[in-house]
Design a binder for this molecule. Sequence first.
Ligand code: GLC
Length: 719
Amino acid sequence: MANIEAILSRMTLEEKIGQLMQYNASVFLDTSAEITGPMAQFGLSEADLGRLGSVLNFASADEMKQMQDMHLAKDPNKIPMLFMMDVIHGYRTIYPIPLGLSCSFDPELAKNCSRMAAREAGASGVQVTFTPMVDYARDPRWGRVMECCGEDPMLSGDLGAAQVEGFQGDNLKKPENLAACVKHFAGYGGAEAGRDYNLVERSERELREYFLPAYKACIDAGVELLMPSFNSLNGIPSVANPWLMQKILKEEWNYQGLVISDYNALGELLVHGIAADEKQAAKLAFENGCDIEMCSSTYLHHLKELVEEGAVSEEQIDAAVGRVLELKDRMGLFEDPYHGADQQKAESLYLCPEHRRIAREAAEQSAVLLKNNGLLPLDEKLNRLAVIGPFAREQGIIGSWSCCGRDEDSVSVAQGIRDLLPDAKITVAPGCGCRWDDRDTSGFAEAVEAAKNAQAVILCLGEPQSYSGEGNCRTDIRLPGMQLELARAVIEANPNTAVVLFHGRPLDIHELDEIAPAILSMWFPGSEGGSAAANLLFGRANPCGKLAMTFPRSVGQCPIYYNHPNTGRPHWTAEARQQHYASDYIDCGTLPLYSFGHGLSYSEFSYSDMEVSAPVMTAEEPIQVSVSLRNRSSRPGKEVVQLYMRDPVASVVRPVQQLIGYQKIAFGPNEEKQVRFTVTEEMLRFWNFEGQHVSEPGTIELMIGYADHFCTRATVELK
Ligand code: GLC
């Protein structure tokens, strides 16, 4: 263990401030561009590089070692740098985008995926990952929904905590364990109009009920770092927001870890207009608890002056630097500045059979069978197949934020089917492009001919992976280009057509839903996407994914989400539809196309005999809810059993349904099982108008099934 106090006592104020600075690795590597390149961009001197606390974005363990050596040669205190990256859903072996993985409803699976990513990233020199992203999101226009864990606070928190545990492991000194960073705190997913970086104006009650719980779950799981979000929250950008960074994070949650800004977020305080200059930006961020400044230089240029003026105390600087040094010490960097990185070992791990298997399993369990009229699973004995559509042989299916992943490493659908059915005659015809401005239909004839001559068609459609992720928002969330027209032509030519969908957000596919016999959502499934799709299409794997985010019928319905309040004019009950004056639209219903929690299986699960262990429950006496499930098919399968609640009368309006429990259960052929949930008073609490987290006596409705589609109900009295 290093003696942090002793190290601090030897450091000058400039050296301490250097520990709070983070820049792109290019400031080290691109020395040829010192005059006009990154160093000049950030106003850095050679001496600054010798004081730098951490860097982000570099390519390998060897590069990391080169930079660490360069730095340590300059650093009078010999303090190793931390090396950070966005290892979001894989390092080189890529698994489904987080929103897709969330549809597995499987925290253990998410943890295993994070473990695999940490092995590859750790060997490659990464010590900190800017993951998990658990921004609560309800609006598919926002490009970063692909990165989040969906529209339910509990599910998001479970999956975020699982990623923290997966990445951090049991001992940060081990090279296969990374420090994790929960982001973006807070409310980023609530940006107005679903537009990235836009303002967020939300009531404190809504923030506490929906937007904050997942971050707290990650902090409770021991996450080492936290990143405030770019957006203004109720008027003040998060990184300088006293309510968020002091009242919630420090006073209420007692968060003791590191806070690192987002990229140039301190510089953006001037653009937001709450700082007149960099000095004021530095003061606002530092006094609100931002320890490390990422890729801007307000601390470098002004923190010393602020200390000399007494606006910031050196004790506060020491506290922030102490948190940085303690993390470095807990990662064992003072003993091994390379953290055990080994590029040769890393290369042996990239895309190895075991990692591909993990990625394939994740892709299979993240896929959601949205519709199936019985066409799927296809018979493996079919030997004349057509794989049509812009994603037929597309390898760009690893999604945004895929770190060092490469499209060319991924298995396309056509390749996946070829690998599965080597003797089948498979005709591939893209038919059209997949960009919004692709109007060319010259490929239709070939596609239609291929469809006519096939026993079955796999029609691969979607949005380009560049249409989601940071800065990639859409106002029109339908299939881009002429894909719907292609689908009409192909399905008319051969009704035995199954659609495979690639997307980073819920899409408006209501017109496709009207004509397609079967639709399998793969999200962006990662390196093994095509293999997983082939296994699912031909029944080698049985779909079990459930939507973690609602699919709207129209972008005009957005934001649309399952856990909404009733309003005084409910819009979806039969009698309400008779009312003209209901909370509805004259040109579109208000029910979604597919609800949160929806997902079909090749098995057939029936629910019965829902029972509650007692009619009354109290804070001291929880109840048991049980239900019997039967797999009425001969096909083994998994079912995500979902338990919802409704509190029909409370001191504030409550959602008409709220997920309070889920269990993913495996069933053998014709197997019946009883599934039990424990319901505690704590699970029924909500944030009331006075800002208290309370439950209130009264009737509680319990429902099992999925949003808007419950197959069994019960009630209990909460005393
Ligand atoms: C980006 C993202 C953040 C990421 C950071 C470093 O702008 O907002 O999620 O971790 O910069 O790449």
